[in-house]
Ligand binder design. Structure first.
Ligand code: ADP
Ligand code: MG
Length: 389
């Protein structure tokens, strides 16, 4: 069990460095397009503020190469100022005298947001000097940036190795959800996979083969499986070098008595038109871009019978309104199921939001690459180094 902010004792007057994930989308004017990530950090920040800690918040934003005024965290500070009136100060530097002075003047319950960590190349290099500077700012370190926890950067891995540390509420939720879902899954456990590539999800599928009862495969990755069972797939997306891996998954599932459900029809693009055809009717020149109505029914029936569902990967090219139907219907079916539901992956979470059912999903794992690693059952290095209880 990792130490959480509930376990760190009295924080009154203590300087707490909190690694947040404020990597929010900005428009060309520097306005925040979606403040979800900031709002998601509020519970951890409020908890510490209410207990009189002095908070030093830090995050990266985008992929700057050195200083880049378009990737300043100032807009995030403005958003935080609205949430915590008269408590937030923005530092236009990541380290240095300005930061040290500001910290030395802090009162209990106040917040400082440092400038974008990645303006200093020491962040991604996990440079020891940079780590030292970050550590010197605080007494305790709290990691609440789940989305970067698969990376060994200075502000997560580096500082956690050097100072007393704990996880925030966001990281705690991600860990407990997957711990329970994988160690004590509710059955029937139906895992749904989609997206463009099998290669992205190979480890994930193999991990789920250890605990799922049914695996539903749609989206572009289904074509590699259909190829493996000898179906023609026309011009649909396929990874020829993974056909053997797909076959191995099918064999392993059979051995373990796990049901694998593949599409039986699809929406194909023929020149500029789309039509629904059975899987076996596909011809060269046709591209499968969504699951068809019969497959939606078939998949929905599996979903309806589940007690636990994990979904990763859209059922088709959902960004194109012409091919979003399958993904939207599956999102609705998952939302409606009387099951514990987890959706992970950047596009899958976007699709659930697009469908307007996010509040009906038990857990949306928003960590991108970190979510994928967790679903693969892998260790996240930046979490691994946090103090245990
Ligand atoms: P996530 O981000 O949820 O992990 P992925 O990134 O693996 O999901 O997959 C999403 C991508 O898969 C989307 O860009 C979508 O257009 C693409 N995709 C899904 N089905 C198909 C298909 N049949 N053909 C081509 N691309 C597809
Ligand atoms: Mg994606």
């Amino acid at each position: 069990m990792k130490r959480t902010i509930r376990d760190i004792g009295d924080v009154k007057g203590k300087r707490v460095l909190v690694r947040c994930d404020f990597n929010v989308p900005l428009d060309n004017w520097g306005d925040i397009l979606d403040d979800n990530r900031i709002m998601a950090a509020i519970p951890t920040i409020s908890y510490l503020v209410e207990r009189g800690a002095r908070l030093i918040l830090c995050s990266h934003l985008g992929r700057p190469k050195g200083y880049d005024k378009f990737l300043s965290l100032f807009p995030v500070a403005v958003c935080l100022m609205r949430q915590f009136p008269n408590k937030v100060k923005f530092c236009s530097k990541v380290t240095g005298t300005e930061v040290d002075n500001a910290i030395s003047k802090m009162k209990d319950g106040e917040i400082i947001l440092l400038e974008n960590l990645r303006f200093d190349k020491g962040e991604e290099e996990n440079n020891p000097e940079f780590v030292k500077k970050l550590c010197s700012m605080a007494d305790i370190f709290v990691d609440d940036a789940f989305g970067t926890s698969h990376r060994k950067h200075a502000s997560n891995y580096g500082v956690a190795l050097k100072m007393p540390s704990a996880i925030g509420f966001l990281v705690e939720k991600e860990l407990t959800v997957f711990e329970k879902a994988f160690k004590a899954p509710a059955h029937p456990f139906v895992a749904i996979f989609g997206g463009a590539k099998v290669s992205d999800k190979l480890n994930l599928i193999n991990n789920v083969l250890n605990m799922a009862d049914t695996i539903v495969i749609g989206g572009g990755m289904a074509y590699t499986f259909l190829q493996a069972i000898g179906q023609n797939i026309g011009n649909s997306i396929v990874e020829h070098d993974l056909v053997d891996d797909a076959q191995a998954i099918l064999d392993k599932a059979k051995q373990k008595n796990i049901k694998i459900v593949l599409p039986i029809d699809h929406m194909v693009a023929v020149k500029d038109k789309k039509k629904a055809i059975k899987v076996k009717e596909i011809e060269n020149g046709m591209t499968g871009l969504d699951i068809g109505p019969k497959t939606i029914k078939l998949f929905s029936a599996e979903i309806a019978g589940a007690k636990q569902i994990m979904w990763n990967g859209p059922m088709g090219k959902y960004e194109d309104p012409a091919f979003k139907e399958g993904t939207m219907k599956i999102a609705k079916a998952v939302a409606k199921a009387d099951a514990y539901t987890i959706v992970g992956g950047g596009d899958s979470v976007s699709a659930v939001k697009l469908c307007g059912v996010s509040d009906k999903i038990d857990h949306l794992s928003t960590g991108g690459g970190a979510s994928l690693k967790l679903m693969e059952g892998k260790i996240l290095p930046a979490i691994e180094v946090i103090d245990s209880l």
